[in-house]
Design a binder for this molecule. Structure first.
Ligand code: OXD
Ligand code: MN
Length: 603
């Protein structure tokens, strides 16, 4: 079977690679995607006919679908994620490394014939605005229609990406297979995948290629996102002097009409989407959303750091999303959305824990079983997701397609910490801010396979996403700070919305009320207000925090800014032990920052 490329692309390297992969995977047929709406609709209809998708009630949620995965394919598999650099030391102590030649042998074996009986889809996509110098083109080959329709929402895909690629442009080859070939006429499972120990999520940072096998879950299979836009992009960013980060980007406008852009980094499922689409409770303040998960940042000629969001949609965590917590997300997902592993209502709509005050009497759970109110089991998986177009967000930024990106005034780091970390503080300078990112810890969530609630170090919220030695990544951040002068560098902040009292109750209201903290950050960027030096950093003076109408007790306020010295001594020991992993890759600047913190606490 030959492939007719004539109306698609005349890029010879691309054609040769597709032919090579077709010969390896031996699909029954090949579909070259054009990214048209008609193609998307045909694919969704096919998924519906195959029983993978259920169309939601069009009166409730037009153009939307519900599907459930295999119960063993619900999250990222960090233990099966590999960085195959030539040298082990370049993957570093936080990544799983395998010799690239050995891994290629393994992959060539598992991919051999892996698409028999299936169609192979070729998806050209662009991460970032079409035409932007910051954008990167990838081509994903997959045997999963689910992946194809999700890529349609999450990226700028099809003909427009091919035109941008031209006849000889560079692209990142992204190979994906669910790893379940079919016999002639066999239907196969509705969510084909391999058991966890047979999954491979592999990155070759030298040749800049990605191979993913055995999983259909978004973070493992939509290869533009975590694999390209973070792991491979982080390597490209190091090589070329920019930053690829696990950060949201938002625009914040003051009542006076002044606007600043803020990037914020939190580990997976810690509220990036909620913050990116925040509805400020403070009168007159407005937010628009540039991105909710990934930021690529580069210095402009004026010395300022400019950011683009490489994605075109949101792959958000459903549970907890409601008209109270994130009304803009709820409006975004009102139509044209794919829901994976949420519950289905009897009238053909979706539901998840935390969506409404009233729990429906009866549902079909994410395990496809009848579910009654009061059941011990969750109706929706804690990592159930929506895939939805960014353009549907009521507060989507007009700048989303700006090829130059937006100038960043502040960078925020945050984790999920029940205690120790105060509500907000500002770094003394760029190197101190880099240390705050490097020392970040957070309680684990359901976004990755692992123990939920366990505290782990997650530097820059990039632990699962850095494509090279994390110690070298810290160094890269330090060096980025030397590319511009201090007055142009974004200010760096640390926040913690998740402080709990002795009864395990959150003491800060969070969500829209976080606008109070954004306001303080905004004003600090202009030095409009002073701060209080503490051993951790610069904290707000109480009178500068706009707490009007919150009715916080003095005791609560104290708790929100309490610095527990003995707790910090323990924390420092933990950070020191963690940093020791990086051996001589840990930059001296970071060691000095830890020492300075220790000294400040002992003063
Ligand atoms: C995500 C994640 O899906 O971080 O964004 O896991
Ligand atoms: Mn993420």
């Amino acid at each position: 079977m030959s492939i007719d490329f004539s109306n698609w692309s005349n890029h010879k390297n691309l054609q040769n690679w597709i032919l090579e992969m077709k010969n390896l995977c031996k699909p029954e047929s090949v579909h070259l995607c054009d990214g048209s709406k008609q193609e998307f609709d045909t694919f969704c209809k096919r998924l519906e006919d195959e029983g993978v998708f259920k169309r939601l009630n069009p009166e409730k949620r037009p153009g939307s679908f519900w599907c459930v995965s295999d119960s063993n394919d619900v999250a990222r598999v960090e233990d099966r994620t590999f960085i195959c650099s030539e040298k082990e030391v370049d993957a570093g102590p936080t990544n799983h490394w395998c010799d690239p030649k050995e891994m290629k042998q393994t992959l060539l074996k598992v991919f051999d014939g892996c698409m028999e009986g299936r169609e192979m889809y070729v998806i050209p996509f662009c991460m970032g605005p079409i035409g932007s110098k910051l954008s990167i083109i990838g081509v994903e080959i997959t045997d999963s229609l689910y992946v194809a329709v999700n890529m349609f929402i999450m990226t700028r895909m099809g003909q427009k990406a091919l035109e941008f690629l031209g006849q000889s442009g560079e692209f990142v080859p992204c190979m994906h297979s669910v790893g379940v070939p079919l016999e002639k006429g066999e239907k196969g499972p509705s969510w084909p995948c391999q058991p966890t120990d047979k999954k491979y999520i592999v990155h070759f940072p030298q040749e800049k290629s990605i191979w993913s096998y055995g999983s259909g879950y978004g973070g493992n299979a939509l290869l533009g996102k975590k694999c390209l836009a973070l792991r491979i992009a982080s390597v490209l960013a190091k090589e070329n002097g920019w930053l690829a980060e696990h950060m949201l980007i938002l625009g914040l406008t003051s009542p006076e009409g002044e606007k600043k852009y803020i990037a914020a980094s939190f580990p997976s499922a810690c509220g990036k989407t909620n913050l990116a689409m925040i509805t400020p409770t403070l009168p007159g303040w407005k937010v628009d959303c540039v991105g909710d998960d990934i930021a690529w940042m580069k210095f402009g000629k004026d010395g300022k750091l400019y950011a683009i969001n490489p994605e075109n949609g949101y792959f958000g965590v459903a549970p907890g999303t409601s008209m109270q917590s994130n009304p803009n997300a709820m409006k975004t997902i009102a139509k044209n959305t794919i829901f994976t592993n949420v519950a289905l209502t009897d009238d053909g709509d979706v539901w998840w824990e935390g969506m409404t005050k009233e729990t429906p009497e009866h549902l079909l759970s994410w395990t496809n079983k009848s579910w009654d109110k009061g059941s011990q089991e969750k109706a929706a998986h804690p990592n159930s997701r929506f895939t939805t177009p960014a353009k549907q967000c009521p507060i989507v930024s007009q700048e989303m397609d700006n090829p130059e990106g937006v100038p960043i005034s502040a960078i925020i780091f945050g984790g999920r910490r029940a205690s120790l970390e105060p509500l907000v503080y500002e770094a003394f300078d760029w190197n101190h801010g880099t240390f705050l990112g490097a020392a970040l810890s957070s309680e684990m969530t359901a976004a990755a396979k692992g123990t939920i609630g366990k505290l782990r170090h997650d530097p820059f919220a990039m632990l699962p996403f850095c494509g090279y030695n994390m110690g070298d990544y810290f160094k890269h951040w330090i060096e980025m700070g030397q590319q511009s002068d201090a007055s142009n560098l974004p200010k760096i902040f640390h926040v913690n919305w998740f402080i709990k009292d002795e009864n395990e109750k959150f003491i800060w209201p969070g969500f829209g009320e976080n606008s109070r903290i954004l306001k303080w950050i905004f004003q600090r960027c202009d030095h409009k207000i002073e701060s209080l030096d503490t051993p951790l950093g610069k904290c707000p003076k109480v009178e500068d925090l706009d707490l009007n109408g919150l009715n916080l007790s003095k005791e609560t306020l104290e708790k929100l800014f309490h610095i527990d010295k003995s707790g910090w001594e323990e924390e420092i020991k933990g950070i020191e032990e963690y940093f020791s992993k990086f051996k001589d890759h840990l930059p001296n600047e970071i060691k000095d920052q830890l020492e300075n913190l220790r000294k400040r606490l002992n003063q």
